[in-house]
Design a protein around this ligand. Sequence first.
Ligand SMILES: Cc1cc2nc3c(=O)[nH]c(=O)nc-3n(C[C@H](O)[C@H](O)[C@H](O)COP(=O)(O)OP(=O)(O)OC[C@H]3O[C@@H](n4cnc5c(N)ncnc54)[C@H](O)[C@@H]3O)c2cc1C
Length: 364
Amino acid sequence: MSALITATAGPASEHSLRGRFPRINQNVSHGRVRELERLRARARSFARQHARPRALEIDRRAGEDPRFFDWELVRAGAEEGLLRFLIPKPAGGVGGLATEAAIVMEELCAACPGIALIFGAHALGISPLLLGGPSQWDGVLAELVASEASERPTLMACAITEPEAGTDVEDPDLLARGRITTHARPVPGGYRLTGAKRFISNGSVARWITILMPTDPRRPAETWTCFLLDARSEGFSIAKVEHKMGQRACPAAELSLQDVFVPAERVVGRPGDGAAATMIVLACSRPPVAAIATGIANGAYERVRDWIASERTADATVAVLHRSTSDRAVTRSLARPASSAWCSSATWRSRASTSVVGATFAFS
Ligand SMILES: Cc1cc2nc3c(=O)[nH]c(=O)nc-3n(C[C@H](O)[C@H](O)[C@H](O)COP(=O)(O)OP(=O)(O)OC[C@H]3O[C@@H](n4cnc5c(N)ncnc54)[C@H](O)[C@@H]3O)c2cc1C
């Protein structure tokens, strides 16, 4: 039984998670718990069937050639609904929020954090559009849902980081001091985008990219704006794909923009909303990001547990190693459900903030 269910559905004895952390999930109905349990089981089944068997081979091939990308895996994910996971139901999606995203990320990361990042970065790319409200759900989101059955389903990315500015462009208070080199110059009918973005997950495989930059470089915080960029636009290119040390299944690309025209209707939200949108999108992504660590710990624990249970106990050295690993595995097994429960607790809080802020943005 999953940790989340142990935390919510079992009796609140002093040994149960609910007993030890009484405030966790106290308002979650049993119906909701069962719904999340089903989601976790589906995500785990997808991870075991499609991600785990491919993980090492993808890692090896992407290690040799960082541009290698497994579209077959993306197609399998699309069939499972992983590409439209965050898209609201009225726009044809699953309507998942941070809680659901954290559960899916945890299960995928237990199999392969690189493969999980493909779907996580795609969700990050979609997120600013959700803040833009229903008027921005048609078009690209409809195209995304319609593309699921195709050879190359539509993937998205979110481009915030720049070669000279990482933390700085994630924080409105630091933006003014950051070394921002991108610029969206207002022109009749839209904007001309120039500059570079770095470390963009899915950057080399995304069809659409939500990209943030100032319309006035002298006032970056006030004019930071999100655009929906068509990766087939003239002037857009991939400068390089990084040789990563890990999570290789998901390419991290440097994007180059030279006077790329983006029509005014592809401003996401309103001009100048970008700093607030970045803060909200990143805040809502934190619980799923925390779930990445929990998922990796789960995956490591499961592998160690399976190894301990394996037949190779005859050799004395291995037996000693088993004993020490076993002790650590027990400690890990106690920490794991707590970590999972903390993630779910945090996602419930972020879910509340998502709906409040989302509504403010979408309908103001
Ligand atoms: C696997 C992976 C995937 C990524 N995917 C994306 C993506 O899809 N899209 C995207 O836009 N970006 C992406 N990034 C980039 C990521 O968002 C940046 O790496 C991150 O913002 C940090 O920026 P930086 O690397 O420039 O580090 P820096 O900003 O240089 O920070 C380096 C260190 O200095 C500290 N530091 C920085 N400024 C201060 C300060 N003022 N005071 C005190 N300490 C400070 C930081 O905490 C950090 O420890 C990805 C990165 C990784 C590793």
